[in-house]
Design a protein around this ligand. Structure first.
Ligand code: HEC
Ligand code: HEC
Ligand code: HEC
Ligand code: HEC
Length: 235
């Protein structure tokens, strides 16, 4: 009986936390992680903000992958189906190159949000996975079911060659609509600094830290009149 009560309380707490995060009313763009949807500090004992993603010591070894002092294990899932169409001009080099691989360590719908520091996702009664359709985490998993085949393409080089081939893409010197402090170029991922080859990733549209974005969903451009889309697409 006692054990069952404890379990019931743990479940209630987990649901409550999930609800508290997913019922998040809005985002104050550009104000940092605190109180943003990426503020997961409620799940830690000592209220840490960065720990779910970074650690000053004992960071994971992801080989040559970009993993800035990353505290989470590798995503463990590879080879997502990629978006394709007859009108696409870009060529995917590495779908999850750069920040995207890091986003997918939470938004893949498989790895628990609180699987960090070598834990398997059971810290403080957590273990919740961001699942497609899973209300406890707002259904914010983007990688489940059909992989990334129904998502905006990423993992290709966005340069003058692509702009010319497509004919209706803006050059990378274009500032984000509603965010003139940033150009497309600033938001592309460059694996070897200075060597060119800039890639489109999840972080080309979203700022994970809620610092450079001007709108909800951590968006670098405005949602209003689809400014974010018109930043790149000359439509
Ligand atoms: C939800 C996950 C998450 C949290 C929480 C988080 N980061 Fe990050 N951080 C990332 C990702 C993903 C990248 C790579 C993103 C990119 O390059 O756009 C990154 C990159 C960085 C970088 C290197 C690139 C840069 O922007 O300078 C620093 C430094 C950094 N984070 C510091 C912090 C600090 C300090 C905190 C806590 C106040 C924090 N982060 C919280 C996910 C997170
Ligand atoms: C071309 C821009 C773009 C790229 C690239 C992009 N997103 Fe998004 N994302 C958006 C926009 C715009 C929204 C807001 C959708 C809306 O208003 O309904 C969004 C919404 C989201 C949401 C909120 C829940 C949802 O499903 O709507 C999550 C989570 C998310 N993106 C994660 C990612 C991840 C992870 C990647 C990389 C795998 C990524 N995004 C790549 C533009 C982008
Ligand atoms: C440590 C796990 C973790 C990592 C890593 C992570 N996220 Fe998230 N993300 C979350 C959680 C948890 C939520 C909130 C879900 C909810 O509110 O139910 C969220 C919410 C979001 C949202 C919705 C924001 C809104 O306004 O509702 C977007 C967009 C998003 N993340 C994009 C990204 C992108 C892009 C990356 C990589 C650059 C990333 N996330 C990395 C855990 C993570
Ligand atoms: C940072 C620049 C950028 C942003 C922001 C952006 N896109 Fe894209 N989008 C691209 C690039 C580059 C491609 C690849 C074009 C190609 O390969 O032909 C693409 C591809 C697409 C495609 C597929 C084209 C095809 O031929 O199948 C559609 C549709 C699309 N984007 C719509 C949108 C919408 C809607 C938004 C806003 C929610 C958006 N994009 C935001 C750069 C962007």
């Amino acid at each position: 009986m006692k054990t069952r009560n404890v379990i019931a309380i743990l479940c209630a707490i987990t649901l409550c936390l999930g609800f508290a995060v997913s019922s998040f009313a809005g985002i104050d763009p550009g104000t940092g992680i605190k109180d943003s949807p990426h503020d997961l500090s409620v799940l830690t004992d000592d209220n840490r903000l960065c720990a779910f993603c970074h650690t000053p010591h004992h960071a994971v070894d992801m080989g040559s992958q970009y993993a800035p002092l990353w505290s989470r294990s590798d995503i463990g899932v590879a080879g997502y189906a990629q978006y394709d169409s007859t009108t696409i001009d870009s060529t995917v080099v590495d779908q999850l190159i750069g920040p995207s691989r890091l986003c997918m360590s939470c938004h893949d719908g498989v790895v628990a949000v609180d699987a960090y520091y070598g834990s398997t996702g059971d810290v403080d009664g957590g273990g919740a996975v961001i699942n497609v359709g899973d209300d406890s985490w707002g259904g914010y998993g983007v990688g489940l079911v059909s992989g990334l085949s129904n998502d905006h393409p990423i993992g290709f080089i966005y340069d003058a060659t692509l702009v010319a081939a497509d004919g209706e893409l803006n050059p990378t010197t274009t500032p984000f609509v509603g965010n003139t402090a940033m150009t497309i170029y600033d938001a592309l991922y460059e694996p070897a600094p200075g060597a060119g080859n800039l890639f489109m990733t999840c972080a080309t549209c979203h700022d994970v830290h809620n610092t450079d974005n001007v709108d909800d969903y951590f968006l670098l451009g405005e949602q209003n009149q689809s400014g974010i889309c018109l930043t790149c697409h000359d439509k």
